[in-house]
Design a protein around this ligand. Sequence first.
Ligand code: XIL
Length: 572
Amino acid sequence: MLCLWALPGHAQNLVTNGTFDSGTSSPWWDYAAEPAVQTVEVLDGRLCSTITEGGEHTWDVILGLSDLGVVAGQHYHIAFSASADAERTIRFKVGLGDVPYTDYFIRNADLTPTPQLFDVTYLNLREDPAAHFQFHIGGSPGSVCVDDIVLEPVAAPAVPEYVSPSLTGHALKDYASTIMIGTAVDTPTFLSSPIHNSILTGEFSSITPANAMKMNIIQPVQGVFDWVDADALLAFAEQNGMEFHGHPLIWHTQAPSWLEDEEFDRDTMIQIMYDHIDALVGRYAGRIPFWDVVNEAIEQTDGVYDYRHTFWYDRIGPDFIDLAFQRAHEADPNAQLVYNDYKIELMGHPKADRVFELVSDMVSRGIPIHQVGLQNHWFITPDGDTADLPDPAMLRANMARYAEIGIGVQVTEFDVRIGRPLDDAKTQAQAWVFGEVLQACIEAPNCNRLTVWGLSDFDSWVPGTFPEYDFAHIFDANFVAKPAYHTMTQVLSALQPDPPPIEGTGGAVGTDTATGTDTGTGAAAAGSEDGDESSSGCSACSVGPAAVRGGASGAFGLLGLLGLLLRRRGRS
Ligand code: XIL
């Protein structure tokens, strides 16, 4: 029951009764959503819950504290000790207590019967005089005890200077004018881990928000937008000369309940869709060069791949896709518009073929679509089966057929999850996939961006979504580079690296992202007569990232194209 926060040098703890030495639990409260049941008492100076009936989710059983005043732009130190009767994962969060529940910071904690100390610092983005601190403890019966709880404002931690682990002498981002390597980033993690941030800026040239732009977060109440997370990520990208990939505008998952629950008619749904697109694309026009306009709209039903039945499709009809792209194009005519999906990477896969048909049809009708995002979520099963891993020839063929219809491709959400337990053969197979997909993208003239879906196993989305899987990323949970990372840098080393950035430009390729100079110059590069992106469809076929970002107002031209080809040929 160490009184950490009473030591000299510590700012005032916002938590009252964090040690429970008085024998009472007040002002802590407890909550259990039916059918969950918990009994809470102070035992040996610890706050303990016995959950006799679990809930559906971890957040169905909560121990919480209300009315904590937190300040935007302030770092907070969170510490506590916790144990459970058996191994158990709980979550702790600082956030809004009422609907729409908003997490300012949320993290898993793996408990064991021996009390363990948890200790983190996070940067708070929101001003809130009545924030909550909560432990989400209950998807199943069992008992959990917590103690020595601290939430205190502290100075910003120092960001360590980055030394790339690359054995080739070049970080992933050093080839950005040929291929930009990006990563998905979640606000609580990226803002709260100095190591994460130093790898982020040291290795990557682009950011995709993992969740910050999803509709449940950004429009939690109809017509009310919460820009805090998205603005912070974009500002970070701009300050560090990184590109930003908008993700996603129209999707059926992670949607707010006001949208899912009410049976809006077609006209109202179209208006809701337009309002959402106008708000996001309009707000960031000129600053976000790529948008995933429609995400995951095709799926298998009764053995046939066709439109997925979602509230967008069911209430509007199949033209919701055309309408979304047209509206996004109006909101920012210079943005490159992407259809993004999974299992569409390999030619010959029925879903990939169906999406190609969909996109070809859109192109032939002049719908402003410029790129297809090949998500590239692959897996190795727990028993080591690698049958799901991609056939590089089919990946290349798929990329090539999009080039033929004037459509660019990107690898948008690359990861290779591994079924537990981890072993060397699985790690090597994973590294092979990272190398092959990167190589295919480098070789394809219409592919010059590859984004990995999460920087490290520390901040992975995988275990929460696929409980039998983990280890999906190129840095491990201690931020150590894995064989997959080294394979990628090895593949890249056959290319000509970019010249070092000029001091003061701060970026991977030293161009001005803040002014949003992406003008979709591909039409010119691909020799389009009129430069009309929507009808030529070739706005992303043959353009290197630096050319796109340099944005010499539509004039990348033949010299630039020649330069790009020479760079690609620079492979030994
Ligand atoms: C994932 C996020 O990374 C997770 O944090 C979240 O809990 C679920 O969604 N396809 C997509 C991404 O287009 O937006 C998803 O991201 C992964 C699958």
